[in-house]
Structure formats: structure tokens, C-alpha cells
Design a binder for this molecule. Structure first.
Ligand SMILES: Nc1nc2c(ncn2[C@@H]2O[C@H](COP(=O)(O)OP(=O)(O)OP(=O)(O)O)[C@@H](O)[C@H]2O)c(=O)[nH]1
Length: 392
């Protein structure tokens, strides 16, 4: 009995505890929100209101659907330029050369106009030629021959000595060398030209200018951007191409230069262009790497047929140092011609003589400025005239 009483008391206590816990919670829920919090309440649904029926809309009742069309991108094709003819370019650009050679020409003329050409005068002439980068060996030969002529012929006037000096300088440039670019198509395929040289010598620019020279002379051209080392080079070349309506074959950045060159010639054959001009990269830090790369480009291109012209681009402002670098290229590929760039920016135009003598390769073109048509076929006599400047 006692147990029953105890159990009943326990039950009562438990029930009272449970009620005490639940009631305050329920109260708390009923309290209005405190502070600044706003509660958005769902509007009460009027259960008595009839349901809203949305009648189906027939097509013809719909307002016309306005579809805003994105304007088709209009391809603005650059106007195709007509490059200047190449004949007589060197004469036209002569001022560029003589401006930078002023000291050279004037220095020589002032010595030559002396009444008597004594030992000092001949030494001065020698020094002027050496300063103009003609090279020691070539200078000695030129001065020796001139002295002999003056002595034997008894030359008197400055004008006569100047004319004879011009002849000697021209002779030193071996005017009989073949300077024609081998770019004509043959055997049902385009002529293929490869352009090599150290970075910054002006390779890409010169490729573009050469394309214009060829187009001015009536040929069709395709560019191969095998300088995949410098990403901007391909872009640069493509821009040159667009300006004259020439296609450019390029690969992804860092692509194998040999495969880009191969594809360029393949494309050139397909579309039947006259000449394919291939730009290459010229890292000289590692001679073996350079040899491998250029050698491979040449070998792979030659799967289509021989490379007809390999031009070495040399920066005239690098003087005799540039010559040493140039030699590396002649060891790697069979260079058939030299393009001397930036002759407008140096007083050392005599480098042309040194280049030909040292490399035994004809200078075929000279760069005389940054303009698109500032590249001229090299003509020894006209060049020497510009070098000496003004008539005596
Ligand atoms: N004044 C002058 N500048 C030139 C001449 N030829 C090229 N240049 C400039 O030389 C600079 C280098 O030319 P690039 O064609 O980019 O040289 P690159 O050899 O292709 O260089 P990489 O692509 O780095 O191998 C450019 O600013 C050209 O405009 C020239 O005959 N005269």
C-alpha cells in the first residue's frame, strides 16, 4: 500500500514538472517579435474566394515577339596596300644613308681636296675607312690601290681622286656578284625563302618588307611564322601579310617551328602562291640548340623540295661584333644572301664591305628605315655614291 501511495506521489510530481516546462515555452512562442525585426507574413488565403482562372492565350492574340538580334560582327578588312616599286629604291632612299654617313663622306672629301696628298693624308683616309667599319684588311687593299692609281695617273684634282676612290670602294663590293633573289616558283611549287638571324636584327620586319618587295614586283606571297619562340612575332608577321593581302600560316604558341614551316610550304603549294617566306627564331644563347632547330626547319621544309633562298639578317649597328655572330648562321644553314638592316641608324656604312669580304656572301638588300617600303635592293655603285655623299 505504501508503495502505491509513493508511486502516485511520484507520478503527480512528474506531471507537475512536465506542465511547468511546456507552458512557458508555448507562451514564449505567442510573444510578439521584439526589437526592429520585421516579419513578413503570408497574406491569409480567403478560402471562400473563387479560384482565379487564367484563360489560355491564343497565338494570334500574343503581341509580336521582339527578338533582339545581335548584330553580325562586321569584318572590317584592311585596305590592301600597293607597295612601292623596287626599281631605284636605293636612289630614292639615298638621303637616309647619306644623313647617317655625313661624317664619313665629309671627312674623306676634306682630305681629298688638299693640294697635296702626303703620308698624313693617306693615313687619315685609312683611319676614316676603318672608323666606318670597312675593316682593316679591306681598307689597306683599297688605300693601296688608290695610292697606286693616283701615282701612276698623276691625278690632281679632288674630284678625280674622289671618283677613283668611289671606283675602288665599288670594286671592293664585288659588283658582279649575283644579288637576285631566288624566289620564282618552279617544278609546280612555290619558291621557298628562309629568313634567319639573331633576335632583334629585324627578321620579322624584314620578312614583311621582303613580302612587299616581291608583291611590288608582281609575285604572290605566303608567310610562314616559324618564329614560335616570340609569340608576338607571328602576330606581327600576320599584320604585315594583311596589309598586302598575303596569307600567314602560324602555329600555336611554342609550336614546333619545323612543323609550322612545313605547313606553310604545304599551304603555299595548295593555293599556288609564287613564294613562301619563312620567318625563324634566332636564339644564339645556345649554338647547339640553334643548329638543331634551324637545321631541322630546313630539313623538314625540304621534304617538299629545296629551299631556294636563305637570307641572313644582320643589324648594321652591331658592327664587327655582329659579323662574328653571323658566322654561326653560315655554319648551320647554307646562307645565300645577306640583308643589312638599320643602315639609316649608323655612320658605319662600310660594314657592307666587311660583311661581304668576311662571309663571302652577297649583300642582296639593305634596310634604311622602319617604314614598310624602306628596304632596297642593294646596288654597289649607288650605295657608294650615297656613302660618299654630295658631289666632289
Ligand atoms: N631604323 C631601322 N629600324 C629597323 C630596320 N629594320 C628593322 N628595324 C627595327 O628593328 C626592330 C626589331 O625588328 P624585328 O623585326 O622585331 O626583329 P626580329 O629579328 O624579328 O626580332 P625577334 O622576333 O625577337 O627575333 C623593330 O623596331 C624594327 O622596326 C631598319 O632598316 N631601320
Amino acid at each position: 500500500m505504501e508503495y502505491v501511495v509513493a508511486a502516485v506521489i511520484l507520478l503527480v510530481v512528474l506531471i507537475a514538472g512536465a506542465v511547468g516546462l511546456v507552458v512557458p515555452r508555448m507562451r514564449r512562442r505567442e510573444l510578439p517579435p521584439q526589437g526592429g525585426t520585421t516579419t513578413l507574413e503570408k497574406p491569409a488565403v480567403d478560402e471562400q474566394a473563387p479560384p482565379v482562372v487564367v484563360p489560355p492565350v491564343r497565338d494570334e492574340e500574343l503581341p509580336p515577339l521582339i527578338v533582339e538580334e545581335k548584330p553580325e560582327p562586321v569584318e572590317v578588312k584592311p585596305e590592301i596596300e600597293q607597295p612601292e616599286p623596287t626599281a631605284g629604291r636605293l636612289v630614292r632612299l639615298r638621303a637616309r644613308l647619306s644623313r647617317s654617313q655625313n661624317m664619313f663622306g665629309r671627312g674623306l672629301l676634306s682630305v681629298l681636296s688638299r693640294d697635296h696628298l702626303d703620308e698624313d693624308a693617306w693615313e687619315e683616309i685609312e683611319d676614316t675607312l676603318i672608323t666606318a667599319d670597312v675593316g682593316v684588311e679591306a681598307t689597306q687593299v683599297i688605300v693601296e690601290r688608290l695610292r697606286e692609281r693616283v701615282r701612276v695617273l698623276g691625278t690632281r684634282t679632288a674630284a678625280e681622286v674622289r671618283a677613283q676612290l668611289a671606283e675602288e670602294l665599288t670594286a671592293a663590293l664585288e659588283p658582279d656578284m649575283d644579288r637576285a633573289l631566288k624566289t620564282a616558283p618552279h617544278d609546280g611549287r612555290p619558291g621557298v625563302m628562309m629568313v634567319v638571324g639573331v633576335n632583334g636584327a629585324g627578321k620579322t620586319t624584314t620578312c614583311g618588307k621582303i613580302g612587299r618587295v616581291l608583291i611590288a614586283d608582281g609575285r604572290s606571297v605566303l608567310f610562314g611564322a616559324a618564329d614560335t619562340f616570340r609569340a608576338a612575332a607571328a602576330e606581327q608577321l600576320a599584320t604585315w601579310g594583311e596589309r598586302v593581302g598575303a596569307e600567314t600560316v602560324r602555329g600555336p604558341e611554342g609550336a614546333d617551328p619545323a612543323s609550322v614551316a612545313f605547313d606553310a610550304v604545304k599551304r603555299g603549294i595548295e593555293i599556288g602562291v609564287d613564294t613562301v617566306v619563312i620567318d625563324t627564331a634566332g636564339r644564339l644563347q645556345n649554338k647547339v640548340g640553334l643548329m638543331d632547330e634551324l637545321g631541322k626547319v630546313k630539313r623538314v621544309v625540304e621534304k617538299h623540295g629545296p629551299v631556294d633562298e636563305t637570307l641572313l639578317i644582320l643589324d648594321a649597328t652591331t658592327g664587327q661584333n655582329g659579323l662574328e655572330q653571323a658566322r654561326v648562321f653560315t655554319e648551320v644553314v647554307d646562307v645565300t644572301g645577306v640583308v643589312l638592316t638599320k643602315l639609316d641608324g649608323t655612320a658605319k656604312g662600310g660594314i657592307v664591305i666587311a660583311v661581304q669580304r668576311k662571309l663571302g656572301i652577297p649583300v642582296k638588300l639593305v634596310g634604311l628605315g622602319e617604314g614598310p617600303d624602306d628596304l632596297a635592293p642593294f646596288e654597289p655603285a649607288a650605295f657608294v655614291e650615297a656613302l660618299l655623299g654630295g658631289a666632289a
